[in-house]
Ligand binder design. Sequence first.
Ligand code: ADP
Ligand code: MG
Ligand code: MG
Length: 249
Amino acid sequence: MLKINNLHAAIDEKSILKGLNLEVKAGEVHAIMGPNGAGKSTLANIVAGKEDYEVTNGSIELNGEDISELAPEERAHNGVFLSFQYPVEIPGVSVTNFIKTAINETRKAKGLEDMPAKDMLKKIREKSELLEIDRKFLSRSLNEGFSGGEKKRNEIFQMAMLEPKLAILDETDSGLDIDALRIVANGVNKLKSKDNAVIVITHYQRLLDYIVPDFVHVLHDGKIVKTGDASLALELEAKGYDWIKKELV
Ligand code: ADP
Ligand code: MG
Ligand code: MG
């Protein structure tokens, strides 16, 4: 699904990713952990195609196709989803209307007509029931006055509706309460399938009690320096990152 080879990237001439390799197959859930400033959000942004970064070396392939030259919208149309891509408040545009537009834009890019209203409603109903999202929430203005948990709910709803091949959830450094963690975890568990893949970037080992990842990677100083199974997250929780840094010396 995703194959990142020897990725080097910089921002304002400052080198951030320094030879990162990562392979994610369909059906897998990968967690990426690592100290602050390691380059986790940079990696997510680069895969999604944010333009502030300069890729200086390496390749990013999605299903065998090099996507590193594609615009963010084109990557989204190819099935890449990054959480918090649309964090802005849009008064007057509801959660539902926003996602309808996003779905129809994706269809248009593929030369398809708008999704018939009846099908759209059915899909909204199915996904909101699956994720236990109530109707009132769907008619609220996008992100306006959303709590942390509501932002997560919206994000997971977008993911459910767009059915990405590759979802990248960057939980950022801001404090997520336990409800928000559960919303993310339940959403990922309900939406994962043998045909899609999820990368969860997190500081919170606790999240991984609910989402059991197939692989846990430690990103340090622009590279993945250690990979293990779910037990690695517990080890990191208990011992921090210093022992990994020492192993590297
Ligand atoms: P993480 O998500 O692992 O905490 P980031 O990817 O956010 O790390 O940041 C990696 C490094 O890149 C940090 O040193 C950070 O200061 C720097 N960085 C990230 N974004 C920018 C930017 N827009 N301008 C300048 N430096 C940046
Ligand atoms: Mg950070
Ligand atoms: Mg970050």
